[in-house]
Ligand binder design. Structure first.
Ligand code: 13P
Length: 259
C-alpha cells in the first residue's frame, strides 16, 4: 500500500439477524473509533454491508461513528414499479453511503451482466452513493488464461458511464470467484499481479493520476492470518471480507493488519 488510505469492507451477505447484526456493528464501531483521534485523519476506512432489512438498525449504530454503512445491491431506477427491488434513494434515506455493484454472487448466482452492473454503478453515482465495483474471474476463466481479459471487460463495462469526476467515488474490489468462501486465497503475488493490471487498465480508461489514487481491495477468503501479507503488496489497498467479517474479533484483526 502507498499513501492511499486502506479500506476494509465487511460483506455480511445473507447472514446475521437483527440482534447479532447490531451487536457485530457495535463491536466494530467501538474498535474503529478507538483507532481514530478526533483531529487526525482516519488511518483506515471501514464499511459494513448488512442485509437490507437490517440496514436502518445497523446505521443507527454506525451513524455517529467513522464506520460507514453500505448496501449489497441496488436497482437501476430511483422509483417505480420494480417489485422486490431497492432504490438508491431508499438506501440514502436510511443513511447508506456506499453500495456494492457486480459482486460475484450477483453475477454468477443471479446472472447480472456487465451491462447491468454498469447501469447500477451509474445510477448509484448519479444518486449520490459511493460505489465498490467488484470484478473477478472464475476458475475456468483463470485456467484458460482469460483472467485479465475478463476483468478488463468487467471494468470497461462497469465503468462505462463513469467520468474523471465521479471515479473519485469508486473503489474497485478484485475478488477471484474461486477464492470466495473456499478458504483458497490468491497468493499475495498472484493478487498483486492482477491488482497492478487493474490499475494499468484504469490508467488506460482515465489517467495515470486517477489510477494512482483509486483504491483496489482484494476479496476472497481474507482472514487475520493472511491479511498482513496481502496488505504488504503495493497495489492492494485493503480487503472486502465475507466470512471473517461475521466475527468482530476476526474482522477487527483484519482492520488492525491494514494499519
Ligand atoms: P469470503 O471472505 O467469505 O471468501 O467472501 C469474500 C466476498 O465475497 C466478499 O464480498
Amino acid at each position: 500500500m502507498t499513501n492511499r488510505t486502506p479500506i476494509i469492507g465487511g460483506n455480511w451477505k445473507m447472514h446475521t439477524d437483527l440482534e447479532s447484526g447490531m451487536q457485530l456493528a457495535g463491536a466494530i464501531v467501538d474498535y474503529v473509533d478507538a483507532l481514530t483521534n478526533d483531529d487526525e485523519e482516519q488511518p483506515v476506512n471501514v464499511v459494513v454491508y448488512p442485509p437490507f432489512p437490517y440496514l436502518q438498525a445497523v446505521e443507527s449504530i454506525t451513524g455517529e461513528s467513522s464506520v460507514l454503512c453500505g448496501a449489497q445491491n441496488l436497482w437501476t431506477e430511483e422509483e417505480g414499479a420494480f417489485t422486490g427491488e431497492v432504490s438508491p434513494l431508499m438506501l440514502k434515506d436510511v443513511g447508506v453511503s456506499m453500495v456494492l455493484t457486480g459482486h460475484s454472487e450477483r453475477r454468477h448466482v443471479v446472472g447480472e451482466s456487465n451491462a447491468l452492473v454498469g447501469q447500477k454503478t451509474q445510477r448509484a453515482l448519479e444518486s449520490g452513493l459511493d460505489v465498490t465495483l467488484c470484478v473477478g474471474e472464475t476458475i475456468e476463466q483463470r485456467t484458460e488464461g482469460s483472467t485479465l481479459a475478463v476483468i478488463c471487460n468487467q471494468l470497461t463495462e462497469g465503468l462505462e458511464s463513469v467520468t474523471a469526476e465521479t471515479i473519485k467515488k469508486v473503489v474497485i474490489a478484485y475478488e477471484p470467484v474461486w477464492a470466495i468462501g473456499t478458504g483458497h486465497t490468491a497468493s499475495p503475488e498472484d493478487a498483486q499481479s492482477v491488482h497492478a493490471s487493474i490499475r494499468a487498465h484504469i490508467a488506460s480508461i482515465f489517467t495515470g493520476d486517477i489510477a494512482d489514487s483509486i483504491r483496489i481491495q482484494y476479496g476472497g477468503s481474507v482472514k487475520p492470518e493472511n491479511a498482513k501479507d496481502l496488505f504488504a503488496c503495493p497495489d492492494i489497498d485493503g480487503a472486502l471480507v465475507g466470512g471473517a467479517s461475521l466475527s468482530a474479533d476476526s474482522f477487527n484483526a483484519i482492520i488492525q493488519a491494514s494499519l
